[in-house]
Design a protein around this ligand. Structure first.
Ligand SMILES: *Cc1c(COP(=O)(O)O)cnc(C)c1O
Length: 419
C-alpha cells in the first residue's frame, strides 16, 4: 500500500508498466514522441497497420482493381465483416452488428425503427437524460419534429432514468457511459425494466466499446449504436456501427430505405424490399476506405483481453485520481466521476473554474485531454497505449502548470472551434 509516508513514485509506475500484460500493444500505435495522449475517448490514436492498409487499398484495390474490387476484395461485405469483429467487443453475435453511417444517423434509424414497432403503439414518450450527448438529443428532437411532434421528449436528470422508465415510454435512448462524468449505467437492470414495461432501449455505446467489456446479449439489450473513432481507433469521422438483436431483426425497419438495405440491390427493381437480417439497416454505399481503416483498429482490440483491458483502465484512473489528490490537492480540482469501479468508465473529469485555460496550457505542454462544458477537464484512458508513467508525468505537468500559473497566459483563454 502507498501511504502518505510511503508515496507513489515514478519508479513504481515504471515497474507497473514492466509488469503490464498489455504493454506491447503500445508499439502498434504511431504516437508522437513526447506527447501524453489522454484523449483517446475523443479521437483514438493511429494504428501503424492503418498506414499500410490504406496505402494498399488505394494503390492496389482502388487504383488497379477499380470496380472489380467490390467483389474481388470483398468491399461489398466489409460492413458485415467488420461488424462481426465489433460484435466480439460487444458480447453480441456476428450477424447482429453492422458498420454503417455515423452514430447520429444510426441513432435516427434505430429510434425511428423502434417507434414503428407495435410495442410503441399508444405511447407518447421518448425518454433520455438531459446530460446525454447532444447529437443523440438533437436527432431525437429532429425525428420527433418530422413525426409532427407526436412525442414528448422527456429528459431526466442523471440517476432518474429508472424512475422514469414506465409504460408511457415508446422508446428510451440511453448512452451507457456518460461522456462528461464517465458514469456507467447498469445495462442489465435497465434492460430488465424496459422488458417489464414493454418498451425498448436504444443504447449508445460510444464511450463503452473498446474501453470496457460490453455484454449486449447477456444483458438482454436489443438495439444499440456506437462510434468508430474513439476507443476503436478507426480514424477521424470513422464509420459507426449499429446492433439489432436477432429477435428484432425481422420486425425492425429503417426509415432511410436506401438500396444497400434492399434484399437485392443489384436487381435494380422499382420497389423497396428490406433485406433479411442486419443488412437491412444499411442505407447507401459503404465508405470502403474508411471501413478498411476502422478494421485495423478493431483487429488490435480483438487480440486484447477485455478483462485485462478493463482492469488496467481502472488502475490508470485510480492512479490518476490518487496523484491528483496527493500532488494537486491545493488547486481544488473536484472529480465528478464515480469512485465506485462498477460505475466508472475509462475516463475522469475534474471540475475547475478555469478548466478551459488550464486544459489549453496542459495541451501546450504535451498533455492532451479535453475541455467539456461547462467547467470540466476531461482525461480519457486508453489502456492499449497509455502507460502508468504517462499518468505520473501528466499529473506532474498539471501540477507545474498550476504552481507556475502558466494557465493564466492570455492565449490560453481563446476558445477554438473544436474543444
Ligand atoms: C461521440 C459520440 C457521438 C458522435 O456522433 P457522430 O455522429 O459520430 O458525430 C454520438 N453519441 C455519443 C454518445 C458520443 O459519445
Amino acid at each position: 500500500m502507498n501511504t502518505a509516508a510511503n508515496p507513489i513514485t515514478r519508479e513504481d509506475c515504471a515497474l507497473r508498466d514492466q509488469q503490464d500484460p498489455l504493454a506491447t500493444f503500445r508499439t502498434e500505435f504511431a504516437l508522437p514522441e513526447g506527447l501524453i495522449y489522454l484523449d483517446g475517448n475523443s479521437l483514438g490514436s493511429l494504428p501503424i497497420a492503418t498506414h499500410k492498409r490504406l496505402a494498399k487499398m488505394v494503390q492496389e484495390e482502388w487504383g488497379q482493381g477499380l470496380i472489380s474490387s467490390w467483389n474481388a476484395c470483398d468491399w461489398v461485405n466489409s460492413p458485415q465483416r467488420v461488424g462481426a469483429k465489433i460484435a466480439r467487443l460487444l458480447g453480441a453475435e456476428a450477424d447482429e452488428v453492422i458498420v454503417a453511417d455515423s452514430t447520429s444517423i444510426n441513432v435516427f434509424k434505430l429510434l425511428a425503427g423502434a417507434l414503428a414497432l407495435p410495442s410503441a403503439e399508444g405511447r407518447n414518450v421518448i425518454l433520455s437524460e438531459r446530460g446525454n450527448f447532444p447529437t443523440d438529443l438533437y436527432m431525437a428532437q429532429g425525428l420527433n419534429e418530422w413525426l409532427g411532434g407526436r412525442y414528448q421528449l422527456k429528459l431526466v436528470e442523471a440517476g432518474q432514468l429508472a424512475a422514469a422508465l414506465d409504460r408511457t415510454v415508446a422508446v428510451a435512448l440511453v448512452t451507457q457511459v456518460d461522456y462528461r462524468s464517465g458514469y456507467v449505467h447498469d445495462m442489465a437492470a435497465l434492460n430488465r425494466q424496459a422488458r417489464e414495461m414493454g418498451t425498448h432501449i436504444v443504447w449508445d455505446l460510444s464511450h463503452s466499446a473498446g474501453a470496457l467489456p460490453v455484454a449486449l446479449t447477456a444483458s438482454g439489450a436489443e438495439l444499440a449504436v456506437g462510434c468508430g473513432y474513439k476507443y476503436l481507433n478507426g480514424g477521424p469521422g470513422a464509420p459507426a456501427y449499429l446492433y439489432v438483436a436477432r429477435s428484432l431483426q425481422a420486425a425492425i425497419r429503417t426509415p432511410l430505405s436506401g438500396w444497400f438495405g434492399h434484399a437485392k440491390p443489384f436487381d435494380f427493381s422499382t420497389d423497396y424490399v428490406a433485406a433479411p437480417g442486419i443488412a437491412r439497416m444499411q442505407c447507401g454505399t459503404p465508405s470502403v476506405l474508411a471501413i478498411g481503416a476502422l478494421e485495423c483498429g478493431i483487429d488490435i482490440l480483438n487480440r486484447a483481453d477485455m478483462q485485462q483491458l478493463r482492469k488496467k483502465s481502472l488502475a490508470l484512473s485510480d492512479l490518476f485520481w490518487q496523484l491528483i489528490e496527493s500532488h494537486c490537492g491545493e488547486f481544488k480540482f473536484a472529480c465528478v466521476s464515480p469512485r465506485t469501479h462498477a460505475q466508472r468508465g475509462s475516463q475522469l473529469s475534474f471540475a475547475h473554474e478555469h478548466a478551459y485555460a488550464i486544459m489549453q496550457a496542459l495541451i501546450d505542454h504535451g498533455v492532451v485531454g479535453d475541455f467539456r462544458q461547462p467547467n470540466l477537464l476531461r482525461f480519457g484512458f486508453a489502456p492499449l497505449y497509455n502507460r502508468y508513467v504517462d499518468i505520473w508525468d501528466a499529473v506532474m505537468v498539471l501540477r507545474d502548470v498550476m504552481k507556475n500559473g502558466t494557465w493564466q497566459v492570455e492565449k490560453y483563454r481563446n476558445k477554438q472551434t473544436v474543444t
